[in-house]
Design a protein around this ligand. Structure first.
Ligand SMILES: [Fe+2]
Length: 243
């Protein structure tokens, strides 16, 4: 199981895509069904998708795993009474099938078994390799962590005074819950080739202001990862409507 992608909705899809390409260095991975797909240099079909919508939202945080892994999670989610979408095919780069699942505070996750991988590209210090972790704000981070452990089958790696870090593979954390007064997106982090690549990004802070003229901010973090964060209230989760 690994963190694969995050699906965003933005009021100005084209501007968001431009920003992710020009400032972040993500690469075009095609478009379809009203969404633009962007990839890094790893063999993952895409790592961020952007669809147009009235309000900025996270449609899902997507993990890819094997069919048996997905079946086990689905079984536990069903037993726990978590809102669960039907198993369906996804028409997107990588294809595959899976389902949506909603956590205790409305965080929407998606689990996919991919059909196709893509060719790895040559690592480039100015381009992300892949998404490395997603941090979600939580009113009750302990309840969210219990969900991640008991239902998703993830493991608690670590905790600080305000954040719980959980993992689904060998990476220290794919997901973290930050104690907050809301349940919105805190940040998305990309893995970069090395610490120098991260520091180069920090060196151009003007590039991080987006969209122009707004008071939003984008940040960056260390440990070979660069993070996108925005004014918290702007990225809520679009609720899962279980069919
Ligand atoms: Fe982070």
């Amino acid at each position: 199981m690994r963190l694969r992608s995050i699906e965003l909705e933005m009021p100005d899809r084209n501007a968001a895509v431009r920003f992710l390409k020009e400032t972040w260095g993500l690469l075009d991975a095609g478009s379809g069904n009203g969404a633009s797909y962007l990839r890094g240099t790893e063999d993952i079909p895409y790592v961020v998708s952007v669809a147009e919508a009235g309000e900025p939202a996270v449609a899902a945080v997507t993990f890819s795993g094997s069919k048996p892994e997905l079946e086990r999670i689905r079984k536990r989610a069903s037993a726990a009474g978590a809102p669960l979408g039907p198993v369906r095919d996804f028409d997107e780069p990588g294809g595959g099938s899976g389902y949506f699942l909603e956590g205790p505070e409305g965080h929407v996750f998606r689990f996919v078994t991919e059909r196709k991988r893509v060719k790895k590209l040559r690592p480039d210090r100015d381009r992300p390799l892949q998404v490395t972790h997603v941090v979600l704000n939580a009113r009750d981070r302990e309840a969210c962590t219990r969900f991640a452990v008991d239902v998703l089958g993830f493991r608690l790696s670590d905790r600080t005074g305000f954040m719980n870090f959980v993992r689904c593979d060998r990476v220290h954390h794919a997901l973290a819950y930050a104690q907050s007064d809301n349940s919105l997106l805190n940040h998305i982090a990309f893995e970069m080739t090395d610490i120098d690549a991260v520091m180069r990004g920090i060196g151009t802070p003007e590039d991080w202001k987006w969209p122009p003229g707004r008071n939003d901010h984008w940040g960056i973090s260390t440990r070979n990862s660069a993070a996108i964060s925005q004014a918290e209230r702007r990225f809520g989760f679009r609720p899962l409507v279980a069919a």
